[in-house]
Every structure is written in structure tokens, then in C-alpha cells.
Write a protein that binds this ligand. Structure first.
Ligand code: BTN
Length: 306
């Protein structure tokens, strides 16, 4: 059945084609259930889906949860579910990802000991607003971590740091249909109880885990339910277009604003300057060395001083 999922996904590669969406309407709920059953082991070792469900105070996020021991990537499974018609708020969790994906096409190391999850959202927006969903997710992760007692901060665009080391990353994948968003998959990875030594050597120095930063142990089960509760609160603000509230939270918890940064973009473009703000499109506003203000929409951010 995994083959079936791949076949369905590849049929839908032509994202905006009506033809491929027609094909989808022929997939029955039974076929989805069958495909899901066989894509990964659902017998989890330490994540308790029933406890997550009972701790949720949400109206729609997490009403449907698919939890696995191992899948290739929760974003890929969530994409399959979204394309098969799954509702807004559907959540996919896995204890291990064999092909976890990070931003810029990088691999995301996902052994046991992390919270690896993806959420299907179906906002009624134009694609230009999607960046704000990523910022909102960053705010939700940061608030969740602060509530458990660590001083988490956001590094633009969406890395979450504790004491300047990365503890969490977000990968948002948007699927558009004509000029509107069909669905957004938010993928969140939190290094909760991960042994940093299990990461490749070059990542170890810049990474941390909650286990390293906290005295008490936090379980992935509790972490995920708190995060999903926070996410629905902030996503509701997003849906009500209360962007100023979201951005104000983002700025208050940001490590980037007020720092001197270097932004490295594709094709070797580099900008240096003070990060002075962020706008509603998620662009970082830099005051360059020559005093000019520059908006940057994408890139790798290196904080030169705090
Ligand atoms: C980053 O590069 O910082 C983003 C990392 C996002 C990782 C998460 S883990 C759950 C979800 N599934 C994936 O394959 N990636 C995201």
C-alpha cells in the first residue's frame, strides 16, 4: 500500500491540474485507511496518542491524529492525507523519521527522542500570507517552550533557540490551487529528549535539546498536546487577521530584532546590517551599513552579536 500512496502522490504532482484533483475524488476513505495502515508502524514506544487527545482543549486541531513509530517524513504523510481530503487540523506524529526534511532541502535528523509532527491547515488565504503561518507557528512553539521553563527565542525566519543553540525548526509546505492556498502542511521538529551526540558532528555544537536545558524531564506526549493547544490559539488569531498581535508576540520573543546580522541568500548574495523589524509578509527589515533599509524575504540568518 505504500506504493499506492506514492502512486497517488505522484499523480498529483501537477499541483494545479484539475485532472489530478478529479482523480483524488475517486479515492475512498477505506483506501486511505489501508494506505495509512501500511506506511509505518503504528505501535509507538513512548508517545501516547490517547493522552494527547484527552489533554487537548482545541476545537479542530488534533481531532484526527495519526501517530506512528516510524515513517519517512510526517510532512509527506500529512501531504498525502491533505491531498486525500483530510480536514483542517489533522495531525501526523512519528517517533522516528527515516527521511525527515529540513529547510533548504536539508536532511532533518529524526531519531527517537524528538517531537516530530505535521499539521494540515486549510486557510482561506492567498499564497502571499502563508509566511505569516510559519511565523505564527514559531510563536506557538516558543510560547510552549517558555511555559515549561526555558528561555526560548526565535531566530528569523523560524528557528527556535535556547542559549543561542537550535532546539526546534519549522518546515512549512504550501500547496496552491490557482491563486489561493489549497492546504498548508506545517512540520515541526523539537529536540526534546534527544541525545545531541546522535546528531552529525557538524550540527552538535549549534544544537541543544530540552533534556539538556531542563532539570525535569518533559515527555513528547505532554509537549505535543501543549503545542497543539497553543497553535490553535494563535492560528485562530491568524484567521481573524489579527496579524499585529502575532507580529508583536514574534518581535517580543525574537533573538534577531536588534541584533547585527548577516543574511546569506541563494547565489551568494549577502547582506549585513541591524535587524530593525519584521513586516506582515514575514520579511526581515535590515538597516544596512550604508543606512539604507532593506527587506529580505528569505535567507540564512547569522547573528553576529546580541
Ligand atoms: C528546519 O530546517 O529547521 C526545519 C525542520 C523541520 C523538521 C520537521 S520534523 C516534522 C516534519 N517532518 C519533516 O520531514 N520535517 C518536519
Amino acid at each position: 500500500m505504500k506504493k499506492k500512496m506514492v502512486k497517488i502522490l505522484s499523480k498529483n504532482k501537477k499541483k494545479n491540474s484539475e485532472e489530478s484533483f478529479d482523480e483524488l475524488s475517486k479515492i475512498t476513505e477505506n483506501e486511505i485507511a489501508e494506505a495509512i495502515k501500511d506506511i509505518g508502524s503504528k505501535v509507538t514506544e513512548y508517545i501516547d496518542t490517547e493522552k494527547i487527545k484527552s489533554d487537548l482543549k482545541t476545537e479542530y486541531i488534533g481531532k484526527e491524529i495519526y501517530c506512528f513509530h516510524e515513517v519517512d517524513s510526517t510532512n509527506t504523510v500529512a501531504k498525502f492525507l491533505a491531498e486525500s481530503g483530510s480536514k483542517e487540523g489533522t495531525v501526523v506524529i512519528s517517533e522516528v523519521q527515516t527521511k525527515g526534511r529540513g529547510r533548504h532541502g536539508r536532511k532533518w535528523e529524526s531519531p527517537t527522542g524528538g517531537a516530530w509532527l505535521s499539521i494540515v491547515l486549510r486557510p482561506d488565504i492567498t499564497p502571499s500570507k502563508a509566511a505569516l503561518i510559519t511565523l505564527s507557528t514559531g510563536v506557538a512553539v516558543t510560547k510552549t517552550l517558555r511555559k515549561i521553563g526555558v528561555n526560548a527565542k526565535i531566530k528569523w525566519p523560524n528557528d527556535i533557540l535556547i542559549n543561542n543553540k537550535k532546539v526546534s525548526g519549522i518546515l512549512t509546505e504550501t500547496n496552491t490551487k490557482f491563486n489561493s492556498v489549497d492546504y498548508v502542511i506545517i512540520g515541526v521538529g523539537i529536540d526534546s529528549n534527544l541525545n545531541i551526540e546522535r546528531l552529525p558532528e557538524k550540527l552538535q555544537e549549534g544544537s541543544t535539546s530540552l533534556k539538556n536545558e531542563l532539570d525535569a524531564k518533559i515527555t513528547e506526549t505532554d509537549l505535543i498536546s501543549s503545542f497543539l493547544n497553543e497553535l490553535e490559539i494563535i492560528y485562530d488569531l491568524f484567521k481573524k487577521e489579527k496579524f499585529d498581535e502575532i507580529l508583536s508576540d514574534w518581535r517580543n520573543m525574537s533573538q534577531t530584532i536588534g541584533s547585527y546580522v548577516e543574511i546569506k541568500q541563494a547565489f551568494g548574495k549577502v547582506f549585513n546590517g541591524y535587524a530593525v523589524g519584521i513586516n506582515k509578509k514575514g520579511a526581515l527589515i535590515l538597516e544596512l551599513d550604508n543606512g539604507e533599509l532593506k527587506k529580505v524575504i528569505s535567507g540564512e540568518c547569522i547573528i553576529k552579536n546580541d
